[in-house]
Design a protein around this ligand. Sequence first.
Ligand code: SF4
Ligand code: SF4
Length: 376
Amino acid sequence: MAELSDSRKLGFGFLRLPLRDEEDPASIDYEKVSEMADAFLARGFCYFDTAYNYHKEQSEAAIREAVVKRHPRDSFLLADKMPAFLVDKPDDFLRFFEEQLKRCAVSRFDFYLLHNLGSERYEKMKRLGAFEFMQSVKEQGMAGEIGFSFHDTADTLDRILTEHPEIDFVQLQLNYLDWESGSIQSRLCYETARKHGKPITVMEPAKGGALARLEPEAEQILKEYDPGASAASWAIRYAASLDGVRMVLSGMSDMAQILDNTSYMKDFRALNEEERSRIRRVRDILAASQAIQCTNCRYCMDECPMNINIPGYFSFYNSAMRQANFIDMLYTRVSHGHGAPWDCIGCRSCEGHCPQHLPITDYLKTISEYVKTHAL
Ligand code: SF4
Ligand code: SF4
């Protein structure tokens, strides 16, 4: 039976998989994903993470096709998440859970989480009996450990863990850029989980790829210490070096990322003091330069009646603020087939789904002005 161990602290998140059509998140390239999963397993890693809604609800099917059908069940660990945001009545829990088992073609999940808890959703989940349901699937052997992924303040995390000590682990958004962020509260949430003695799974260690592509000034600080190490490796090792972190998820999109991540995580080495100091310097540069702290999770996209490419425009704007080249081309690409930033009708459906609590509508107004002013 596959087991967690320190030498395999890297998990493969099925949320940014290679696509056959870049415009269609459901068009997963199974052949490439299968090759990536094979390579990941062959290098001694075994943890896969999926969710009901990833890739327009096709991520679990990709797990089934690329992993479950092609490898013995005891050779990998599988984490899945109850789509708490879709649950409206107590019966929904079992309905979704059974559907997820079927989609993945498994009889149990090794790790099962309530997806994306925050203060409001927590109240709803309590009312509908989510925690009793989680406990019941664990007692019946259909879930190995139970937990929740979390996107809110440390105070709320403290309340949930105080009221629900039966929770086995938490999944937190921890990365070096958000460590002291007032809205994301990486450090405070980490310390809260540690206070309650809960093992931590880290998501977004590279902030949706933002820490894998650094500007030259920041990259230079890392390269002069270790020329061969990727920027992503610093971000993932930063998260994996924290006490109590037992798994770091990476949403790998191609074979190069699999090979890079597994190369330094196979014989994991925690950051030394010099490396930590360099990351602090990089953090200062990035914090000063990134205009919008969007992780490209795309949760907001499902809700927009105007089909506005919110993360695309935010990425465009961050690049524009960094004075990147080819801004006009980038704008054309992100706006293609989508509503313009000024098409936003201000319904704010998107904002309630943003784990980063970004003022999306305000940002879209700023971006509208920028685009019009620069005649893009
Ligand atoms: S507020 Fe604007 S961007 Fe957000 S969902 Fe509504 S129309 Fe879309
Ligand atoms: S705006 Fe928020 S929800 Fe949308 S992609 Fe960015 S971080 Fe995710």
